[in-house]
Design a protein around this ligand. Sequence first.
Ligand SMILES: *[C@@H]1O[C@H](CO)[C@@H](O)[C@H](O)[C@H]1NC(C)=O
Ligand SMILES: *[C@@H]1O[C@H](CO)[C@@H](O)[C@H](O)[C@H]1NC(C)=O
Length: 747
Amino acid sequence: MKYFSTYLVSSRFLPLIVAPATRGQQPEHGDPDAPLPGHFHQLLRWDTKTFPSQPRDIISLACPCSAPESPLVLEPYDFLFDTGVEAYYNGDWLSVILNMEKALKNKATVRKVKAQCRLSCANQTAFGDHVDGVGVPIPGAGSLEDLGFFQKILKRADCVNSCEMEKLGHPTMHQVTEEIQLEFNKRSPYNYLQVAYFKINKLDKAVAAANTFFQANPDHMEMRQNLEYYRMMAGVQEEDFKDLEARTHMAEFLLGKRYYSDDSFGLAAEHFEVAIDEFFTADKECKALCEGAYNYDGYNYMEYSADLFQTITDHYMQVLNCKQHCAVELALNTGKDKAFEDFLPSHFNYLQFSYYNSEKYEQAIECTKTFLLFHPNDEVMNQNLAYYSAVLGEDKAQTISAREVVKQYIHQSMLEKKLLYFGYEAFGITFVDPDTWTPEDVMPNKLREKQKAEKETAARITEEIGNLMKEIETLVEEKKKDSSDMTKIIATPESVPLLHDGIKVTMTAKLLNGSQRVLLDGVITEDECRELQHLSNAAAQKGDGYRGKLSPHSAGEMFQGVTVLKAVKLGQEGKVPLKSARLFFDLSEKVKKMLESYFGLDTPLYFAYTHLVCRSAIEEKQEDREDLSHPVHVDNCLLISEMNECIKEPPAYTHRDYSAILYLNNDFEGGDFIFTELDAKTVTAEVRPQCGRMVGFGAGKENPHGVRAVTKGQRCAVALWFTLDPAHEEKVWIISVDRGQDYKGIM
Ligand SMILES: *[C@@H]1O[C@H](CO)[C@@H](O)[C@H](O)[C@H]1NC(C)=O
Ligand SMILES: *[C@@H]1O[C@H](CO)[C@@H](O)[C@H](O)[C@H]1NC(C)=O
């Protein structure tokens, strides 16, 4: 009975007290109707609040039910993760590394132990032999044999339970919330590790962590940028760009494919063979892990009233469904949405051709025959088989058979499918076959017809919904057009009184899908645009230190910049036309006045920094470019896009209050300005640069922004940052204005 006493309070049932609250009928913790007192949950969770006096790294679980003999040795990975995150915000990099590494290690251990326990217990408590005290072989018919059957089941459960208990401690310890699961699925720990390793100068580890994170988050702009930086750094090797979470079977498959496309067939075959071995190992593990808790999936387990065999059926169908899904799970490449189609069979397709090219006809025949197990009518493969057999000799070819391990795999998979289809027909438990190779007759006739009808209905509904959506879109667009015309007409003249002649408000914050944003056109003339672009190029050539250098943000671009102070100095030295320097200076004043007036400020703005910047695409470095010209950031805080947060602390320029970018040209490709959400990914508005156009915006977290890659030509703009705090005024303005000198005097 020991087993049941532990089972009652074991993991499997506890989370349900909280989890399916969606149904609205779950009692709260401590509710007298709850099947278990609320504190059980806390007691069994790794909750330091429950054990305030206990040191965090020594756990001895005070379980009131059945004291486990072995002390717990494995710290729960969600706790380690939280500790790591906390350390990150305290800048305690060593602690970040310690906790995150341990969290990853422990999570992997939990997974491994669970799989191993289930596999070895399956072996130890096999059916088919005589069972103690029953005296008859199992399985058999009759109540005595039933007893024997369930004796096996109980032994198996006891075996798995003690195995896990011994190695992991109480199972509830390693249960984590969905959020934590998501963090690990997104490989977030590697994001923290990347920073921590970088901070303590362990570049190789930082690179590996960054790369590992990026594999699972290929749209993550900042990490892409980081990786570009790392690539340019001295001391970073190509081998450092590892994927620490790569699954062996997939890595080998991809390597095999790479050699295959390079026509290195010998090496390709070697890697595909390893990939197949690893696939079957991973498949066993994946299937063992399916034998977990029943997922009520939104149903109220308290209303669940299935009898013994219904309950077993429900759970077992779920397990089988999960096992079938392993075919997809294993075919998924990290960071990709779609699994490789026909994954396992394709190995044998690659292999047969690789062996043929290496003149290994016996192996080639073996692999064709193995492939044909999946797709017996494949024309090309049958032709290949005929050809290889002719080359090798028909008699010899006859003796070669398909691989046993694959025969077994298919046999088991077909049995699973048949059971699942039976469950589908008899109990309506849905099953969608993930494989493309399943013979048609595995699915029962009645189901096939039903599914056909359902598919047609689904297609019809999809079409109807599509039409409806189109109608709605058209309606919304018409509405929007009306209202945007209105805002232009109403908002422009009254709310923007102080604008200079010829300047017009092209888009208000509303049209730019945000707040504290404005787009103006006609801020300067074509001639002025050209003059400033020349100024930038002249300064880059003549002024030391301003020669075009590799962009700090992108390896695909050259970058040159000149500040107002530098322009004025170069002007005084006769290296650039004084008139152009003056234009730069005057224009900055004009922009300042416009911002003050447009945003209705009642205290003046001060220049914080002004920069004339040109970025030029490097022609030979544009292939497959996916980075940004300037990564998404916020001007006055540190954007932490993973957390949708922006921290207003140094080294961010926290004193910046308003920003403006004035464009000088549009004869280049790419280089559009974007506003995004705090996630640095979701673009909310896009602005195409052109001469005289200016985007002005608040420098705070309401306005994350960046610049898309410039892929051809040169893009020039004046970037201006303003502060409300006179203490942070840019030096040139203090020199030229505040000392009582008329700035015209300087020039
Ligand atoms: C199953 O048990 C037998 C005998 O105890 C052992 O030889 C075999 O390696 C085991 N297989 C697995 C998969 O553990
Ligand atoms: C604002 O959002 C709408 C809807 O997503 C989009 O069509 C429009 O282009 C956005 N505005 C700008 C300036 O990008």
